[in-house]
Design a protein around this ligand. Structure first.
Ligand code: HAH
Length: 335
């Protein structure tokens, strides 16, 4: 592979090799367009979409592994680890999973059988090659009244859908590390709900090994104090922590501007400081925090383009839209 554009520069993952793995989410496009960047600076990969239920299992008796296999192969060839994302989620799951022959809601036992078949086939296929799985994604509710969000999984199975998913995954690959993954993980109210959920799973003896902090953050929120408190709280459960989907949006939540065609120099300088403070914090907890994955690799492609504001580009990562290192990268590797 032609790594000449990066040669001589310090590999991002090398710079943190004593602390944690450094990962990036990829898709079929970026696996090609960012291949040199990925192979040079990262030592872990996650499929942005290619291992989700709808992609792997579009119909009951049909599994489609081509794209996921391609990611596995890229990782293997380049000596990278793989984090699996995600087995049970309320989004990007095909309708057939929840339907019976007449188009009504499937019964509880059948849904659990389908969950088990899915997990067994997917986790089994990559046994020994995917070292950690996001088993359940985003089951906790953002609204203050409820603990778990309403979803087809929850409405049909009840809260046990969570423990079942972990049990099935553990059976399929007893060596894989199993994670509960969520966003707004550092917001105090939701943090306590996630804590309560995972604590109850542990008390029931459910095979869960870690909590994934998605870390979709921006230049000022959540505060370093709230992030530190969340890390401490989750770590107190005796579990591993992974930062699973990190990005630092240059827009405040209230900022809905769509006129910027490049980031302002103020944004870039705030982002440098923010990344450097965040990684300093991560390093303090590197005994429990063992992996940091970005939800993308460079600003030429990010899921935050057009989301949540249509017609707006974002610049949330460590490499720019030419895939060259940003100030944030330089500050991290020269710390
Ligand atoms: C994450 N959700 C998902 O875990 C990931 O699979 C997806 O690719 C992107 C982000 C975060 C999220 C969202 O999608 C919608 C609203 C809030 C948070």
């Amino acid at each position: 592979m032609d790594n000449s554009r990066y040669e001589g520069s310090l590999k991002l993952h090398k710079s943190f090799s004593q602390q944690f793995l450094i990962g990036a989410a990829v898709n079929m496009k970026t696996l090609v367009t960012q291949r040199e960047l990925l192979a040079y600076h990262f030592n872990s990969l996650t499929a942005e979409n290619e291992m989700k239920f709808e992609r792997l299992h579009p119909a009951e008796h049909q599994y489609t592994f081509e794209d996921a296999d391609r990611i596995m192969n890229f990782a293997k060839v380049n000596g990278m680890q793989v984090r699996g994302h995600t087995l049970v989620w309320h989004n990007q799951t095909p309708a057939w999973v929840f339907e019976n022959e007449t188009g009504g809601l499937v019964d509880r036992d059948t849904l659990l059988e389908r969950m088990k078949a899915h997990i067994n086939t997917v986790v089994g296929r990559y046994k020994g090659q995917i070292y950690a799985w996001d088993v359940v994604n985003e089951a906790v509710s953002d609204s203050s009244e409820e603990q778990l969000r309403s979803s087809k999984w929850f409405d049909i199975v009840g809260e046990e859908f969570i423990s079942k998913a972990f049990e099935y995954a553990h059976e399929a690959d007893p060596e894989a590390l199993l994670f509960y993954n969520d966003y707004n993980e550092s917001v105090p109210e939701k943090r306590e709900k996630i804590y309560r959920l995972v604590k109850s799973l542990k008390e029931k003896g459910v095979p869960i090994h870690g909590i994934g902090l998605q870390a979709h953050w921006n230049l000022s929120h959540p505060s370093l104090h709230d992030i530190r408190t969340a890390i401490e709280r989750y770590a107190s459960l005796g579990l591993k922590l992974h930062i699973t989907e990190m990005d630092v949006s240059v827009f405040e939540f209230e900022d809905k501007r769509t006129d910027l065609i490049s980031p302002t120099s103020e944004m870039m300088s705030l982002q440098e400081d923010r990344y450097s403070q965040l990684f300093q914090l991560f390093c303090e907890y590197s005994n429990v925090l063992t992996s940091v994955t970005f939800w993308g690799a460079a600003d030429d492609y990010t899921w935050l383009d057009n989301f949540p504001v249509r017609g707006r580009k974002n610049w949330p990562l460590l490499f720019d839209k030419e895939q060259l290192p940003k100030g944030s990268y330089h500050k991290l590797v020269s710390r």
